[in-house]
Design a protein around this ligand. Sequence first.
Ligand SMILES: *Cc1c(COP(=O)(O)O)cnc(C)c1O
Length: 388
Amino acid sequence: MDSQWAYYRDTWAEINLDHISYNIEEMRRHIGDDVKVFAVVKANAYGHGDEEVAREALNSGVSYLAVAFLDEALALRNKGISAPILVLGISRPEDVRIAAENQISLTVFQQQWLREAKELLPSDVRLAIHVKLDTGMGRLGVRNRDELKGLETLIKKDPRFNIEGVYTHFATADELDFTYFERQMERFKEMVSWFEARPEFIHTGNSAAALIHPESHHNAVRMGISMYGLTPSPEIEPVLPFRLKPAFSLHTKLVHVKKISKGERISYGATYEGAEDEWIGTLPIGYADGWIRKLQGQEVLVEGQRVPIVGRICMDQCMVRLPRELPIGTVVTLIGRQGESYISVNEVAEKLQTINYEITCMAAARIPRVYMKNGKVKRIINSLLKQV
Ligand SMILES: *Cc1c(COP(=O)(O)O)cnc(C)c1O
């Protein structure tokens, strides 16, 4: 393969690694030297690509990586990442050995889980555990004193297991009404006081809490969405302690340009009809790329101008109405900046009546990721063709 060309279709996501390191540095300044950052790189780093984001985060002073599932942690190990990794979701007791052998820390909160894991872990292997407390999220975690003491007793007697951390997750940290948040904080403090020995890492904050609730920092925060430069919610945007810089942008190129006459129609269902003679451009991106059909009508940027997507979005392509004839190869920006014009992840999320998190996660694996560092392409990862 010609190493200059890592992909063979002109659609790509650009990931600005300088913005990732900037967001982490600002967060570290905000939380202070005594608080560690866990970089949350689950779901392929919210669509940004786990390996490059993890490497950038570790270079920016992050202490720990966090993912949702053991497979994601093992994928990072396979890519040569040796930093500590915590699995935030549940893992099967049967898989305790592979986790421990790969120095992957697991979230644990069920006594039954530990009893099974104890049967399966070889005597010379050590597993670091973070105990999850359910303080009001109602998802995973220990809920009362008996459960916690039972768990602690099972672990304490066994040198293979080490309670390295304790944590909880907030349900409403991204809202300006603090009532429920404060209730969870109180419950967390109470539950942590039940431990006989205080674990090394005590962490509660996701991005929202880390940004606007300093009392939730303890000695580590779990930084997800804000590392990618996105606001945890529009509601807290006005009270953010520093400006976030989005790392993700999405681009394609015009691959076909034609003039249609008044009355001629476009795409499946023939839902769009030319109101007059119009220039129509075809883009090689569609719903299989995560640019879903509900985005019909959404605007994109061409030569710094907003133009609408017209007609149904197809699996691999969609059409836009152009202001005039434009050359094939003209860059089209679906998310990001062209001159003075800007389409944010938040704008696309609003169009889809969802949250910004979902938008970058939806960018399909078949879209190559182009990593920018110091204004230059550092690396291109095309998961269809593997490493290039
Ligand atoms: C995903 C996740 C985070 C990160 O949350 P952000 O809002 O993206 O910062 C933190 N903690 C847990 C348990 C998570 O699942």
